[in-house]
Design a protein around this ligand. Structure first.
Ligand SMILES: [Zn+2]
Length: 134
């Protein structure tokens, strides 16, 4: 089966397109975490964020900024107080469509929309982790 986002890019599958440039398409998420939840997808198929090319990064960031500014000034029905910008990579990290996409999730209230959870019970040696990652 062909990739859903490739079909949206080719206009074979309908989507709520809100903006685009030469490389990136911005659509509303069909399963929003909050009002105004937008997906930025590359017009070219890349499996995930680690695979996208330099040109995609170059075109992605200005469009992301433009959409955030639009959302900041749009009542849906209220103005968002913040945003979560997320890209899930691989199934274990909740990626469900294996075509790069970046979520822009407006945050209206602390306990609604995307919820960031930390794990205070996790204890490990940060020095050791930092050394391994250098
Ligand atoms: Zn695709």
């Amino acid at each position: 089966m062909e990739c859903l986002f490739c079909k949206i890019v080719k206009k074979e599958t309908p989507a709520y397109i809100i903006a685009e440039n030469e490389v990136i398409l911005a659509i509303l998420d069909a399963y929003p975490a909050s009002d105004g939840h937008v997906l930025l997808i590359t017009k070219k198929h890349f499996p995930n964020i680690a695979e996208i090319d330099e040109q995609s990064w170059k075109y992605l960031l200005p469009l992301m900024k433009k959409i955030i500014n639009k959302l900041k000034n749009t009542n849906l029905p209220t103005l968002p107080q913040g945003f979560n910008i997320i890209s899930n990579m691989n199934e274990i990290a909740s990626q469900s469509i294996f075509h790069f996409h970046l979520h822009i999730v407006p945050k209206y209230e602390k306990n609604k929309g995307f919820i960031w959870t930390t794990k205070p019970e996790l204890k490990y040696d940060l020095n050791q982790v930092a050394e391994k990652l250098k």
